[in-house]
Design a protein around this ligand. Structure first.
Ligand code: MN
Ligand code: MN
Length: 258
């Protein structure tokens, strides 16, 4: 069950309202990587979760994200308040907020696109969901960081710094949860991948670009366990017929050095 307490998780203040910045803040209110998306994603995953420890984690963080939604919503509202206006010039700066929203926050992103459940990644497979959550926290962190770069308002910075920090806390918690439920991160579901094919790296982008782009070597296309297939589309390499042995004629092993 939910209960609302009449105080924000982090007290917000705005020294100088800035409606344009308020609009940017809506990205974290009703945007793809925003707080409502996070709250709904983790809470619905939590409802689906059969692992008692991870269910508890998902409900804890999902609920905290709702508190973040309230913080960012109040911060955005303070910045947008000048748009509660009959001033034509101000209204023209943001007709959606002024005319449809009356100077308040709505569940849309900074471009006015409505929030959608399509933002949510919910698979019903715990380790897969935890991976989605790690990525979601990383995206939320970087959006908050960008917002921090774009304001000089001290009160706004304090709130955004808090919200950004909590995303790293959540990121770590989801990473630890993933570690606790998986011993091998390449094992997903129950059907194993096809041997041989799983270790092939297709060098599908080749040649030299006008700006000096060349083929590069990294852990993904070097090392003993990786079989590099050069330009498979150009050499007639047929993946479905390939086995680790028969594909050797078109495969080269790369050294681990650059
Ligand atoms: Mn958050
Ligand atoms: Mn978070």
């Amino acid at each position: 069950m939910y209960h609302h307490i009449k105080s924000l998780m982090f007290t917000v203040r705005v020294d100088e309202p800035d409606p344009r910045f308020g609009n940017m803040l809506l990205e974290q209110f009703g945007g793809a990587n925003g707080e409502l998306a996070a709250a709904m994603q983790y809470t619905i995953q939590g409802i689906n979760c059969d692992d008692p420890a991870c269910k508890d984690l998902l409900m804890d963080i999902g609920t905290e994200e709702l508190s973040h939604l309230e913080v960012i919503g109040n911060l955005a509202r303070m910045h947008l308040k000048p748009l509660k206006t009959f001033n034509r010039e101000l209204a023209e700066s943001d007709p959606l907020i002024t005319i449809a929203g009356g100077g308040g926050v709505g569940l849309h992103n900074s471009q006015g696109n409505p929030w959608t459940a399509d933002y949510l990644k919910i698979t019903g497979e715990l380790d897969v969901d935890l991976r989605s959550n790690i990525a979601a926290e990383a995206r939320a962190k970087i959006v908050y960081e960008r917002l921090l770069h774009l304001t000089d308002d001290a009160g706004s910075k304090e709130a955004l710094q808090f919200l950004m920090t909590r995303e790293i806390t959540h990121l770590r918690a989801f990473m630890q949860a993933l570690d606790s439920v998986t011993s091998d991160k390449l094992v997903i579901g129950v059907i194993p991948p096809s041997p041989g094919i799983v270790d092939q790296y297709y060098n599908d982008s080749t040649g030299e670009g006008p700006d000096g782009a060349v083929d590069m070597v990294g852990p993904w296309n070097s090392g003993d366990s990786i079989e590099v297939i050069e330009s498979p589309a150009l050499t007639g390499f047929q993946v479905l017929k390939a086995t680790p042995k028969s594909s050797k004629s078109t495969a080269t092993k790369r050294s681990a050095t650059k």
